[in-house]
Design a protein around this ligand. Structure first.
Ligand code: DGL
Length: 261
């Protein structure tokens, strides 16, 4: 990468609207960048896919971003960060930011001993948070239903509230001092989780992640200076549904474009 690369866009991806929780923080911190967001709604939920499936999907997404000549790819998705980052990190010449690895150092420095993590089944099975958060007791609880609750915009139905409460009950056995929302979809559920667990003790890694990316781009001389910046949002299925589900976190003004990889 050389200094002229700073004018290139930043790519972000997730299985759907979850990555918008990261995008929102990043855009606030870095308003003068151009962004390309890809929500892979066709393949959602990632958390129930195998390592082979996820790596094939992630490679196609990385290839797409390579074709768009991005300077960096933000893995705004815990599941692919846990499962695919190590396999892909040396194959591309842009910067790659995986969410779990990028924020774990900051989480390790928190002044608490017992940290809970809500995450997708694939992330929990990989034990990535236990591996990367150092010096703490880490308790990982998988929440298989939660991503669909967010994508289907069913957050406040009695059935959804019940499903969310069941996972919180499971977590409470460990008595965690803080709980990390270890899937980028889960900040959409913070209000509901907050009915059963103090909301101020929830950690949304997105803020730390955005700061980490800003610092790293800055150190590498790659911070953009594009006045205002543009954004392009793509999804692989159901653009209208994506637009409706995004409203709670990052209302988008234009219908996303359809992109099948
Ligand atoms: N939001 C993603 C994550 O952070 C993927 C969730 C899914 O599709 O299962 O893991």
């Amino acid at each position: 990468m050389d200094k002229s690369d700073k004018y290139k866009p930043i790519g972000l991806f997730d299985s759907g609207v979850g990555g918008l929780t990261v995008y929102k923080e990043l855009k606030t911190l870095l308003p003068n960048e151009d962004y390309i967001y890809f929500g892979d709604t066709l393949n959602m939920p990632y958390g129930e896919k195998s390592e082979e499936q996820l790596t094939e999907i992630a490679r196609k997404i990385f290839d797409f971003f390579a074709s768009q000549q991005v300077k960096a790819v933000v893995m705004a998705c815990n599941t692919t960060s846990a499962i695919c980052y190590d396999k892909l990190k040396d194959d591309y010449d842009f910067k790659i930011y995986p969410v779990i690895q990028s924020v774990s150092k900051i989480l390790s420095a928190r002044d608490v001993k017992r940290i809970g993590v809500f995450a997708t089944p694939a992330t929990v099975n990989s034990h990535a948070y236990s591996k990367y958060i150092l010096g703490k007791e880490v308790f990982e609880v998988g929440c298989p239903e939660w991503v669909k609750i967010v994508e289907n915009n069913e957050i406040n139905t009695p059935e959804s509230i019940n499903k969310i409460k069941n996972r919180i009950d499971e977590m409470m056995k460990f008595n965690p001092e803080r709980i990390v929302l270890g899937c980028t979809h889960y900040p959409y559920l913070a209000d509901v989780i907050g009915k059963f667990y103090p909301e101020q003790n929830l950690i949304n890694p997105a803020k730390y992640f955005a700061q980490y990316i800003k610092d790293d781009l800055s150190e590498s001389g790659l911070l953009g200076a594009n006045d205002g910046g543009y954004e392009d949002i793509f999804v692989s299925a159901e653009p209208v549904k994506f637009m409706l589900s995004s409203e709670r976190f990052y209302p988008i003004s234009k219908l996303p474009k359809l992109l099948k990889l």
